[in-house]
Design a binder for this molecule. Structure first.
Ligand SMILES: [Zn+2]
Length: 189
């Protein structure tokens, strides 16, 4: 049993007391004095009541829905897959750029042959001139490819759509002829 004098010296408004009182870590006598204070002190009564209500709500509230045990695993897996997808897209993007550059270079070399060789005249159709001019524009912008990448891709896609399917076939024919005829072209040159 605590000394009644000490009890009288209790600071009802101290944080220490509130912690003890709320955790029910108080003697019967202290509890009785506390009840008395609550009757007299409106401020403490209000706060005490509010705390009690909060405690009740927290105790009776339904438990938070448990996360599926595999949730974390799945989340991590999905993140990794996204990472993989991003790497794949990045790789495909790079591959596309490299292929495009290679194609442009081959096309330019081919164009040089075309201007010299009657054998390749068939592929100098309007579509190719259009495509070549487009690709020349792209190549000119290529140094700043990071900035113009969306533009580049859009342009390539647009060209692809415009020139499908004859464009692709003619391109393949063109490349095939370019490879097949270097000797003949060298002679003509
Ligand atoms: Zn009070």
């Amino acid at each position: 049993m605590r000394d009644p004098m000490q009890l009288l010296n209790l600071d009802w408004h101290s944080e220490e007391w509130w912690e003890r009182a709320f955790e029910d870590d108080i003697s019967v006598q202290e509890a009785r004095l506390w009840e008395k204070h609550l009757v007299q002190c409106a401020e403490c009564r209000r706060e005490w009541e509010a705390l009690r209500q909060l405690d009740t709500i927290l105790r009776t509230a339904p438990p938070a829905p448990m996360l599926d045990a595999s949730f974390t695993t799945r989340t991590v897996t999905r993140a990794v897959q996204k990472q993989h997808l991003r790497s794949l897209l990045s790789f495909l993007g790079s591959a596309f750029i490299i292929a495009l550059v290679a194609w442009v270079v081959l096309n330019f070399l081919g164009n040089a042959y075309v201007s010299l060789g009657h054998a390749l005249h068939v592929v100098r159709s309007e579509w190719q001139l259009l495509f070549t001019s487009l690709l020349q524009t792209v190549l000119a912008l290529f140094t700043g490819w990071k900035i113009i990448l969306p533009f580049l891709l859009g342009l390539a896609a647009l060209s692809f759509l415009l020139l499908m399917p004859n464009g692709v076939l003619a391109t393949l024919l063109f490349l095939w002829l370019s490879r097949r005829r270097p000797a003949a072209l060298a002679v003509m040159n």
